[in-house]
Ligand binder design. Structure first.
Ligand code: ATP
Ligand code: MG
Length: 181
């Protein structure tokens, strides 16, 4: 699975609509401290279904919405769109080679999720990434401090990391569902 295009609006420091096109090969984001580099990876994790505010470096989920500056008023909502490319999207998207996911959160606390323009549940978005190697907990995203955390974590937590990387979480989710848990 490849990221093709990221569009951010009202998310953290990105008040205006900002677009990042991922070309073939490696994309590197460089810039001075505090310019918003980590906010871009937060936006990617958020649109992929991250629910832990702490992992997005905030106290509550509303902290992802642009909070305003001296010159700019706070945003009413945060919206992130991510276009993905793959030749083996999970069912029911298997016939697509491109899928666009959208997540939106308003200051009123209303959450919206869309896949290819159609409203969906958070779970549908998360399902797209199960077994793809790029889940929110997958090792494809390594934040500042993460390596230290893995090295010093408890063995069960480290096992979780390996299980995600090996792609067996999909089966754990189905088992949980089948057992009605
Ligand atoms: P470093 O090189 O130090 O890691 P960085 O480029 O990764 O820096 P980020 O952490 O992405 O920087 O961005 C931090 C900036 O984002 C800060 O200036 C912070 O005020 C701003 N910011 C974070 N959340 C919000 C928000 N909800 N509203 C407005 N600005 C925000
Ligand atoms: Mg950073």
């Amino acid at each position: 699975m490849k990221f093709k295009r990221l569009e951010i609006q009202g998310f953290k420091s990105f008040i205006d609509r900002s677009v990042l096109e991922f070309r073939d090969g490696i994309t590197a984001i460089v810039g001075p401290n505090g310019c918003g580099k980590s906010n871009i990876s937060d936006a990617i994790r958020w649109v992929m279904g991250e629910q832990r505010a702490k992992d997005l470096r905030g106290a509550s989920m509303a902290d992802v919405i642009f909070g305003g500056t001296q010159r700019k008023a706070p945003a009413q909502y945060a919206e992130v769109k991510l276009k993905l490319e793959s030749d083996n999207f999970a069912y029911p998207y298997s016939e697509f080679t491109e899928v666009e996911i959208v997540r939106r959160l308003s200051t009123k606390g209303v959450s919206e999720y869309r896949i290819n323009g159609a409203q969906c549940r958070l779970r549908d978005i998360r399902n797209l990434f199960l077994d793809s190697g790029v889940g929110t907990r997958a090792m494809s995203i390594i934040e500042q401090g993460k390596i230290h955390q893995i090295v010093t974590s408890k063995s069960e937590d480290r096992r979780g990391v390996i299980e995600e990387a090996a792609g067996i979480n999909k089966f754990k989710e189905s088992k949980k569902e089948a057992l009605g848990k």
